[in-house]
Design a protein around this ligand. Structure first.
Ligand code: KG4
Ligand code: ZN
Length: 365
């Protein structure tokens, strides 16, 4: 086994072009030698959402630059690396293809081994990079595109306990922000408004709490906010700043209640299977929300579960999580080659029934 591994990770599956170099020596904490991210918010802000073609073109333009910067900041050259890891799905196919082609070019030119990484596995393995968390642990992965409870049992061994059956929560935050004319991405804007709002003024639903299990739904909640907004506009000809704050506070309180209860259920299921030293971790951009994070920390302490959340820069999309997943997979003996395919759909857990994005072509994530 290689005592020390140094891997370059590339990420381009959504709207961040990212590259990072991570080094790990067995028995020591991992070191993030560089972590470069180019976001694309300003490119998509006029369109009210991510435009896949614009995203793909921006990835093509930026990939070479992030790779060069990641190597320079890490004071590394290609021969100093042991392998190249790249997100091979799931995600927007143009972006995933750009990353995979870039990584294949580097691997072909340098002779370095290639590793294709599932983006969700990158998020799911991050607590081992940041906090050296042992398997098995429970994770809530909660972002603009994903929402699922996972038991992470090994490098390539995940069980999904449940997830959203419609919108991801980040997407719901973004849509609520849009309907209230707040800035994008909507999560931080809605959270900032909610601080001054009254969460009890509007009676928003807590979807699926009366249904057993850990599945969640955010689409109806988002529509309930839209209905109240339209009502206020009809009655008063527009929205006052107090209305906006109260709508945000009510919406966020409903999301918090859903997460708190569903997380408790996921913890009970997980602890029934793995009662020894339980750990709960968060990943994804929505983990930035203080109210959600605080509520989940409380749920954890009530059930005597250890709570960890990676620093925000490693919760959102980044190259370090892909490089780290590469290190884990390399050590476990996985290798890919030039036949590595870019996959728009790639569920982490093939055994649990698919909820989000399932259809003719199968489960998305
Ligand atoms: O993980 P991420 O950076 O990208 C992917 O979706 O893959 O997550 C971005 C999402 C956006 O929908 C954004 O609105 C949400 O995370 N977000 C938040 C907060 N900060 C970011 N949602 C709620 N509260 C926040 N403070
Ligand atoms: Zn992500």
């Amino acid at each position: 086994m290689n005592e020390t591994l140094t891997i370059l990770g590339l990420e381009s599956s959504c709207d961040d072009t990212a590259a990072a170099v991570v080094r790990h020596t067995v028995g020591k904490p991992a070191q993030i030698l560089s972590n470069v991210v180019f976001g694309q918010n300003e490119l998509h802000s006029d369109f009210g959402g991510i435009v896949p073609e614009i995203a793909a073109r921006a990835h093509v333009e930026k990939l070479d630059i992030v790779v060069e910067q990641a190597l320079t900041r890490a004071k590394m050259q290609m021969p100093d690396l042991d392998a190249i890891a790249v997100t091979a799905g799931p995600g927007l196919i143009g972006g995933v293809l750009s990353g995979v082609m870039c990584a294949k070019g580097i691997a072909a030119g340098s002779g370095l081994p290639l590793l294709g990484i599932n983006h969700l596995a990158g998020h799911a393995l991050t607590p081992r990079l940041t906090d050296n968390v042992d398997f098995p642990y429970l994770m809530l992965l909660v972002s603009g595109g994903h929402c699922q409870f996972l038991i992470v049992k090994g490098v390539d061994d995940f069980t999904r306990l449940g997830g959203t059956i419609d919108d991801a929560p980040g997407e719901a935050f973004d849509k609520v922000a849009r309907m209230l004319a707040l800035s994008q991405p909507g999560g931080p804007a809605v959270e900032a408004e909610a601080i001054n709002g009254d969460p009890t003024r509007f009676k928003f639903p807590r979807p699926l709490l009366n249904r057993p299990g850990c599945d969640m739904s955010f689409s109806g909640l988002k529509t309930a906010v839209l209905r109240e907004r339209n009502c206020l506009i009809k009655q008063h000809g527009g929205l006052q700043s107090k209305d906006r704050a109260d709508l945000c506070a009510g919406f966020q309180a409903a999301v918090v209640d859903v997460f708190a209860e569903k997380t408790r259920r996921a913890m009970v299921e997980y602890m029934t299977l793995f009662p020894k030293t339980p750990t709960f971790t968060l990943a994804g951009g929505v983990a930035a929300n203080q109210a959600i994070c605080g509520a989940l920390e409380t749920s954890s302490s009530e059930l005597f579960v250890k709570f960890t959340a990676p620093p925000l820069a490693l919760c959102t999309d980044n190259g370090a999580m892909i490089a780290w997943a590469g290190i884990e997979r390399f050590r476990a003996g996985f290798r890919d080659d030039m036949t590595l395919a870019a996959r728009p759909r790639w569920p982490l857990d093939n055994t649990s029934p698919a909820m989000l994005g399932s259809g003719k072509k199968g489960a998305k994530a």
